[in-house]
Ligand binder design. Structure first.
Ligand code: GDP
Length: 254
């Protein structure tokens, strides 16, 4: 992964060289734009682009985190507009003409006011998505740092434990609203999450956790960097190397 971030300077772009890996990662997350919405798995586009799914209990801070990470005020709130609350909303990232990844915003779960039938249907869609979505490269799970993993969060981790265990799907847990914690509470929150995630750890698993606050921007750069490293390096290079086939000004004059 370290090699991936070293590839960019050798592309010869002086400005890119001056940027930190974190800033480059954030510049990439800022390219997110709405692609499509789907109420069923078969409506999702069949794409080879690596997909990163955002999941979390309702009110965990998922929309706020996506908006902060993509620096677009209302991007993920599209998922909260009537008619879209129970949809998977896809966002495209990378250069406009050559997207290199997708973000999938999955519906928040555990919202008390949702009818039981709808809840069960969505748990099933979520389980199918997480277990079978071919392009799924990674999962970002949003967990309120004050409350830790709820039973539904743990159930969701069960759905993905096999794919996470083999390293096929990577996992980042954002412990949200960290601005509400004292230092001591933050340390306790991390330790508790570490304990739960330890059960998923294997030699191949790629699991990270970050104390995150949209309000103070704590953990924002770290989170973006983790996601960036999940996307294969080759697309990073392609995104910044100018088209060498294009004639240079000198070439035109000659
Ligand atoms: P979602 O249902 O998971 O999409 O949650 P939202 O993003 O809508 O956030 C739920 C509530 O938590 C809202 O009132 C947000 O303003 C609040 N919230 C979200 N992120 C933060 C944060 O980083 N710090 C604080 N203090 N509040 C937050």
């Amino acid at each position: 992964m370290i090699e991936q971030t070293k590839v960019l300077p050798s592309a010869g772009n002086a400005i890119t060289e001056a940027l930190s890996a974190e800033k480059r990662a954030l510049a990439w997350t800022h390219t997110a734009r709405f692609l499509t919405t789907a109420s069923q798995l078969r409506e999702l586009p069949q794409t080879e682009l690596p997909e990163i799914a955002f999941v979390g209990r309702s009110n965990a801070g998922k929309s706020t985190a996506i908006n902060t990470m993509t620096q677009q005020k209302r991007l993920a709130f599209a998922s909260k507009t009537p008619g879209r609350t129970q949809h998977i909303n896809l966002f495209e990232l990378g250069p406009k003409t050559r997207a290199d990844a997708l973000f999938a915003d999955l519906p928040g779960y555990g919202y008390a006011a949702v009818a039981r039938g709808a809840k069960l249907r969505w748990q099933q869609v979520m389980a199918d998505y997480l277990a079978h979505r071919h392009a799924l490269a990674g999962i970002v799970m949003l967990v309120d740092s004050r409350h830790g993993f709820t039973p539904l969060d743990r159930q969701l981790l069960d759905f993905v434990s096999q794919r996470v265990g083999t390293g096929e799907v990577k996992l980042l847990v954002l412990l949200t609203k960290a601005d509400k914690l004292s230092r001591n509470e933050a340390a306790k929150s991390l330790a508790a999450a570490q304990k739960v995630l330890g059960d998923l750890a294997t030699d191949h698993a790629d699991i990270s956790m970050v104390l995150f606050s949209a309000l103070s921007r704590q953990g924002l750069g770290d989170a973006a960097l983790v996601l960036r490293t999940w996307i294969p390096a080759v697309t990073v290079v392609e995104a910044v190397v100018p088209d060498t086939a294009a004639p240079t000004p000198e070439g035109d004059a000659a």
